[in-house]
Design a protein around this ligand. Structure first.
Ligand code: NAP
Length: 275
């Protein structure tokens, strides 16, 4: 039988989770709340955030703070750090999870969407790690959980912005981990495979069916597995056997097969006159 998930270090009391009002972030926050951590939940929708905080606080009798912030703005990370300081809180566990997804060719991406993705997946998480990580280094303890994706392992057409930004996060997490290990701060990269959340447009991705078929995991299982890896101080973790097999397959598949997939893929535009 698997050991019960429990708090690893009693000195760690406060956890901040970005993108906490739905999907994996909400599941991570709920589980951290159930372990007794005081929470700071961050997201860009005030009503959903307040409802999530109320629910977690009531269910687990923990203090839950909320900060409404659009983390896709250039100044978001430093602003968030200042708001947390002004509240007199210090972060022991930083979970950088907020993200979004769009599918299509890079040349079709609107500049606004592309910039928002790079801010949200690259600039904001890096600067959150810089700001909160500096304080953790000073205290000589803390956990940082960075949510990347299995798409960080191989470059696929149709997700150029998404995949490359998740690859950045994976690389950043690895380097940060080496830097912080000597100070007693543990950094873990969580790389989920397909997970049934609001990330996907259900007109395009049949989320419910994929979950029923076991192709998509549920957010609670991903969160539980991710927190286990974080408390164990693991460098990288892909929850679920199927996701691990998919990742291995994606690394092994030859480039010509990926190029062929791109030419045949019904979900991407065809070149005029192409067979
Ligand atoms: N689902 C998957 O298959 C999968 C696979 C691999 C990796 N991931 C990663 O897992 C993370 C969580 O995604 P999810 O699947 O749980 O999707 P989700 O349910 O859509 O959750 C994403 C969260 O990020 C927040 N967010 C989005 N844009 C934001 C912004 N500009 N400012 C602040 N918060 C923002 C969302 O808040 P609002 O709802 O308020 O916008 C939401 O709480 C993402 O980083 C995603 O890339 C997901």
């Amino acid at each position: 039988m698997r050991k019960q998930l429990r708090r690893a270090d009693e000195r760690l009391r406060v956890a901040l989770v970005t993108g906490a009002c739905s999907g994996i972030g909400r599941a991570l926050a709920t589980r951290l709340g159930s372990l007794g951590y005081e929470l700071i939940l961050v997201s860009n929708r005030a009503a959903e955030l307040a409802a999530t905080a109320q629910e977690i606080g009531a269910a687990h009798a923990v203090v839950v703070h909320t900060i409404v912030s659009d983390l896709a703005r250039p100044e978001a990370a430093e602003e968030l750090y200042q708001v947390v300081r002004d509240k007199g809180l210090q972060i022991d566990i930083l979970v950088s999870n907020a993200g979004f997804f769009f599918f299509g060719e890079a040349v079709d991406a609107s500049p606004e969407r592309a910039k928002a993705m790079l801010q949200l997946h690259v600039v904001t998480p890096s600067l959150l790690c810089t700001c909160f990580g500096r304080d953790m280094r000073e205290r000589g303890r803390g956990h940082i959980l960075i949510v990347s994706s299995i798409s960080a392992w191989r470059d696929f057409p149709g997700i150029s912005y998404y995949g490359a930004s998740k690859k950045y996060l994976r690389g950043f997490a690895r380097a940060l981990r080496s830097e912080m290990a000597v100070y007693g701060v543990k950094v873990t990269c969580l790389a989920p495979g397909p997970t049934a959340t609001n990330l996907y447009d259900t007109d395009v991705v049949p989320v419910k069916r994929a979950q029923r078929l076991g192709i998509m995991m549920d957010a609670g299982t991903v969160a539980e597995s991710g927190l286990r890896a974080m408390f164990a101080g693991r460098a990288e973790h892909i929850p679920g056997l199927l996701a691990r097999i998919m990742t291995l397959f994606s690394v092994l598949v030859p480039q010509w097969a990926i190029d062929l997939l791109r030419r045949r893929a019904p979900w991407l535009p065809k070149r005029k006159g192409a067979p």
